[in-house]
Design a binder for this molecule. Structure first.
Ligand code: GLN
Length: 204
């Protein structure tokens, strides 16, 4: 019998959608395909969802406009694996600090994130970070990124960044079928986070 193809949808409302599709496609994984999704029937058809970096308020707003907000929230709640980078992390968070007025999230991850947390001076930066489960450090790209301020008991912190004067904050977390990073692995050629999502998180 042929193995079923594992379908990864990349939420294509706004943000760096193509980069996530490319990252999944680079993985010689034997059976995962990635494609853009935005309509309800497309979102219903996927086995897992990636929420890209971009602007969390815009993505949430468009999800309401396209009438997929509640559907995505529901699918996440009922166990669909999901990975969010940067804005995607915010959209998976249960609680947001420095949120825009009326900002909504799909939620699911028992974390509190602070939007644009690294401040104006260091809006965008790159740093090598150590991540649990990866043998070597990873170059992480941060662009107006959130950090994680609080994690619930079921959340596993996979990696953190220390900022002079601002302490140490989690930037990669997992809770069961949900994975989120403050940074953008899709903007580098290092696809270990995407591989971890497929090989570990999606397999439960
Ligand atoms: N600052 C953005 C937000 O609040 C996230 C930035 C990003 O995804 N690079 O949504």
């Amino acid at each position: 019998m042929r193995k079923a193809i594992f379908k990864v949808g990349v939420l294509a409302l706004q943000g760096d959608v193509r980069e996530h599709i490319a990252a999944i496609e680079q993985i010689e994984h034997g059976g995962a395909v990635a494609f853009a999704v935005r309509r309800p029937e497309e979102i219903l058809s996927v086995d897992a969802l990636i929420i890209p970096g971009g602007e969390s308020t815009t993505i949430a707003h468009l999800a309401h406009t396209f009438e997929v907000f509640d559907l995505i929230k529901e699918r996440i709640k009922s166990g669909m694996p999901a990975y969010g980078s940067c804005a995607g992390m915010i959209l998976l968070a249960d609680r947001v600090l420095d949120a825009a007025a009326d900002q909504t999230t799909f939620g699911g991850l028992d974390i509190t994130v602070r939007r644009n947390a690294f401040g104006r001076q260091v809006d965008s930066f790159e740093v090598d970070i150590e991540l649990l489960g990866l043998h070597e450090s990873m170059r992480a790209v941060f662009i107006r990124a959130p950090w994680v301020e609080e994690v619930g008991a079921k959340v596993e912190v996979l990696g953190s960044v220390s900022m002079t004067g601002a302490g140490t904050h989690a930037v990669a977390v997992r809770q069961g079928h949900l994975l989120a990073t403050s940074f953008h692995p899709e903007l580098t050629s290092d696809n270990r986070i995407h591989r971890y999502f497929l090989d570990v998180v999606c397999k439960g």
